[in-house]
Write a protein that binds this ligand. Structure first.
Ligand code: SAM
Length: 417
């Protein structure tokens, strides 16, 4: 694949591209990757082409597909991200209505008697008056009846939360050691973001060719029929302990989706592939049950290799201060990804291909060839072959590691046919 270059695994390109840059999401990948696959596979020429993304994230695959007028469908497990993607796919907007709503929101700020009950986390991240204004705008937006405008302004406000905080809030986690200098007021920031978003949609083709579902891709999504897509383009969570519940918690708390650690576990983490040790309790794992699972029955050789890796990780963990259960995370991760690969296989037609951007991992310095293992699982469940194309070497993100290991990790495209 000659079009692959080192930047494809990073979201940097997206920060400069209209609509892709509506929401800052550090875990994304380049929209250029999607555009190139559409080109290479001729998806914008072949009739009835349809793309599938089981991990829609901030919507890179879906937005690129819609820009190229190709049909696409995706799942996203997080309620908050689902709203973000939905807003990014609704380009039929009336300038007069946007101005009308902005006037209404601005007018609501003239009444200084705000009804405001902030989550304590947000108290520590925003100036008191800014927070009052943010909540007031939020409450007014939640009262908007027209769904596409409500989603539009919710997204503009979500982006405002990033811009007016005292500390950066999602890089990917809150960095309290850094202070942001906010020159513009909350209202100036919010209204400017809204008007920029509106300008981005003007002149664009307004056909909505992409759809997103709030759905956990480990389960069958009956709204997406068997064999209904030709190509899957996605980037799954990596086995690198990134906790998406933590990444989005300022926003999920602000929009009252969650209010505590337990809430994040039940309403966010549990709906996602197990990619961080915060997703489970160690007592949730039962080896006997694991060895009776469908995952084991269909992949005995791979699971035995995983158990050996897991035991090595567990032994090393005993001498580490953090004692994170990366041994269990490794088993849970592949079991979950096995279920998602089955769902990808079901949705793709017989000649379907899947392109997955993936990183390898080294929990506690034990190399786990993630891309290769997933390729082998894919073959066991019905794909005929897999190829691994390296895009770049990358550093480790295993934060709890005191003495960083020296293993070179790679980011790859796994191509399943
Ligand atoms: C690496 S991000 C994907 C980035 C995305 N492709 C982009 O660039 O916009 C992974 C996304 O998958 C979502 N996710 C994780 N497990 C999921 C599951 N089981 N079903 C649906 N979505 C899931 C996460 O919430 C996160 O938004």
């Amino acid at each position: 694949m000659i079009f692959l270059h080192t930047e494809i695994g990073s979201a940097r390109d997206n920060f400069k591209s209209p609509i892709h840059n509506w929401y800052k999401f550090t875990a994304g990948f380049s929209y250029k990757f999607v555009e190139e696959i559409i080109e290479v596979e001729g998806l914008n020429i072949k009739p009835n082409s349809r793309i599938f993304d089981p991990f829609a994230g901030c919507g890179t695959t879906l937005v690129s597909s819609q820009k190229k007028e190709v049909f696409a469908v995706g799942n996203e497990g997080q309620e908050f991200m689902f709203d973000i993607i939905n807003a990014k796919l609704k380009w039929k907007l009336d300038r007069k209505k946007i101005i009308h709503y902005l006037d209404r929101l601005s007018y609501s700020l003239t009444n200084k008697d705000f009804n405001y009950n902030a989550n304590p986390l947000l108290d520590t991240l925003y100036e008191e008056m800014d927070l009052k204004i943010l909540y007031q705008i939020r409450n007014e937006i939640l009262g908007i009846k027209e769904k596409r405008y409500k989603l539009f302004f919710k997204l503009a406000l979500s982006q405002t939360l990033h811009k007016v905080s005292i500390h950066p809030i999602a890089v990917p986690y809150i960095s309290r050691n850094k202070i942001l200098k906010n020159i513009k007021s909350v209202w100036e920031t919010f209204s400017e973001i809204s008007l920029n978003m509106l300008s981005d949609t003007e002149g664009l083709n307004q056909d909505e060719t992409a759809v997103v579902y709030k759905h956990d891709s480990r389960k069958i999504n009956k709204r997406i029929l068997d064999n209904s897509c030709n190509v899957c383009i996605t980037s799954p969570p990596y086995l690198n302990n990134l906790d998406y519940g933590e990444v989005s918690k300022v926003h999920t708390h602000f929009f009252d989706i969650t209010s505590s650690w337990n809430d994040i576990t039940n309403k966010v983490r549990k709906k996602l592939v197990t990619g961080a040790t915060t997703h489970y309790n160690q007592s949730d794992f039962n080896l006997e049950k694991f060895l009776k699972s469908e995952f084991y029955k269909e992949n005995p050789e791979i699971v035995n290799q995983l158990i050996t890796l897991s035991t090595t990780i567990k032994n090393i963990a005993k001498n580490r201060s953090g004692k994170k259960s990366f041994d269990l995370l490794t088993l849970f991760y592949f079991q979950d990804m096995y279920l998602v690969l089955k769902e990808i296989r079901r949705v793709l037609d017989n000649n379907g291909k899947a392109y997955l951007i993936l990183g390898d991992s080294a929990p506690y310095g034990v190399y786990v060839p993630t891309t290769e293992i997933l390729g082998r699982i894919a073959v066991n469940i019905g794909f005929s072959s897999y190829e691994i194309h390296k895009i770049r070497s990358r550093g480790t993100k295993w934060k709890s590691l005191k003495n960083r290991h020296s293993i070179e990790l790679t980011e790859n495209v796994l191509l399943l046919k």
